[in-house]
Design a protein around this ligand. Sequence first.
Ligand code: HAM
Length: 435
Amino acid sequence: MALSKKPYKGTRDFLPPDKRAQDYLFEKMHQSAQLFGFEHYDGPLLEEVELYKAKSGEELINDQIYSFEDRGKRFVAIRPEMTPTLARMVARVHREIPKPIRWYSIPNLYRYERPQRGRLREHWQFNCDIFGAPGRTGEVEIVQLLVSFLENFGANETHFEVLINDRTIVDSIFSSLTSNQETIYKLYKLVDKSKKIPEEALLKELGETGLEKQSIASFKRYLKLSSFDELFDFLNELNLSEAADNFKQFYHVIEGQSISKFLNFDPTIVRGLDYYTGIVFEVFDKHPDNRRAISGGGAYANLLQIFDEPALAGVGFGLGDVTLQDFLQSHGLMPDCTKASNDVLVSYQVTEGYQDLAELALNLRRENKKTLFSLEPLKFKKVFSQAEKVGARFVILYGEQEKDQHSVIIKNLASKEQETIPLKEFKQIIKFLNK
Ligand code: HAM
């Protein structure tokens, strides 16, 4: 039986146009992170499973991780996320490097998921994180970076919003409803999926938690809160306003900034990963056909402690290439990447052309001109359709007459301007290309 030509379920082959589109996204990621002074890092594709067991959470470990025993009997996993690797790397070097540490990466990650729109088994994820920033400055900087990254594509507040919450607050509310840690964990999971399941199912599961009637009523009220002010009033009522100190600080700094128009409080944002301890957020697409998270992140205070290191507060986000591309496409913000882009197509119409123009093509590349050399005689009528296909802005032609005169015809395809230039006048050729 012939082998399947399809890539493994939930993964993608990147043919050149696909890779061009992805490279475009990656370039913007590098640019945006570097504009904020973030440094590029990377880690291995494989890690010991224990690294994820420590703090990533049940769903990732039980349902999503690709893990196996290696030949040396070690249990390893293909990285499903970058944050644990990052924490491990920061734990190794944080004593020697100045704070705050601002790092970014674009790793490919594997999660065993049911492939669907916006969810695959392999995706690339733009990760930006800060460690050791004082007060709420790290959180603010991370949200600024996230917003300005999306603004770099031409997106604005009509296209996306940043939904935000604080786990310290959620912890204190849930602890006021029950002292049972297992129930609190269940409430988190319930909140996390509350938008994805029907209300009846939610109420049924809520009933099964064993919470008292009054606590169930408070939980339901919590889920209905829809603004920062409503949240702060609710906390006052429960005598829990101290729990909001950090969130209020963050909110007050952000309030005066232009990015505040993107931010909205959302009680259902608690994040599925267990290591978050403070502010948590998700970027949501506002397009009605694509209401999903493009990015998620938050603050985590204790991740370095799993390596027996002192606490060093971190905050960051992950943003996936699949969801980003869907977002940009649904708002018409994704450029056409179907065509390559080149400066010149060097073609010849006589067989001697290869020999005569090979050096010219090489010299054009030495001048940083992206040059496609035809490598076989190209009929005059085919030159222009070929140039169009490879996205060349200029063509060079070399027929019988040019061969006899030791010259080339060079043509600007946009302006239709053309000149015949002797082959030995290389500078003149460059001048024409630079016009
Ligand atoms: P996460 O919410 O699991 O967070 O993933 C972040 C983003 O990665 C999602 O919003 C989505 O865009 C993308 N993503 C996740 N899983 C898939 C998938 N199966 N297919 C396509 N895209 C996906 C984290 O991973 C955290 N480690 C992020 C972080 C960094 N927190 C702090 N620093």
